[in-house]
Design a protein. Structure first.
Length: 166
């Protein structure tokens, strides 16, 4: 879906999306009941939301420390020059690192903000930081370390549907 195109979602679509965000494993019959549809139309709507790119996928949210990933780092990265090829090379390199769970082009003091999840500080320094510093496009990296996370990977705040103009 084009990021500049706002999808046409009605109130039932939004209810479906809220329910699926809260429980991606929800049975269609339960979902249909919660959103006020019969199972067949509910299933069709979910399929359309998936095909339209509104629902990009389903995943389990894991407890990071429980799976040995005790350190979350937010690294602000400034690039050397603001050239498209430099930015593309940086993004390609960062997205190839499995430890990078999010990458955002932002405004402000830094150009990119990346979220890195690793077992510990030594791993961050020896793998990620060294890989990043080897990229010629990088001018500066400023790392901040999460001391405690209160919400990570939460549900999106979906607004109510706007009345259709018919």
């Amino acid at each position: 879906m084009d990021t500049l195109t706002k999808p046409l979602l009605d109130s039932i679509d939004l209810r479906i999306l809220r329910e699926v965000q809260n429980d991606a494993r929800i049975a269609n019959i339960t979902l249909a009941d919660r959103v006020g549809l019969s199972p067949s139309p509910c299933s069709r709507r979910v399929k359309l939301l998936e095909e339209g790119g509104v629902i990009e996928g389903y995943r389990a949210v894991l407890n990071r420390p429980a799976v040995g990933l005790g350190l979350t780092v937010f690294a602000g990265v400034r690039v050397e020059r603001h050239a498209q090829d430099q930015a593309d090379a940086f993004v390609d390199a960062v997205l190839s690192m499995p430890e990078v769970v999010a990458c955002h082009l932002i405004s402000g003091d830094v150009d990119f903000l990346i979220e890195v999840v690793v077992p510990d500080m030594a791993t961050y320094e020896s793998t990620i930081l060294r890989q990043l510093l080897s990229l010629t496009a990088i001018r500066d990296i400023r790392s901040s370390f999460a001391m405690r996370s209160y919400r990570a990977g939460g549900a999106l705040p979906l607004s109510p549907a706007r009345p259709s103009k018919t």
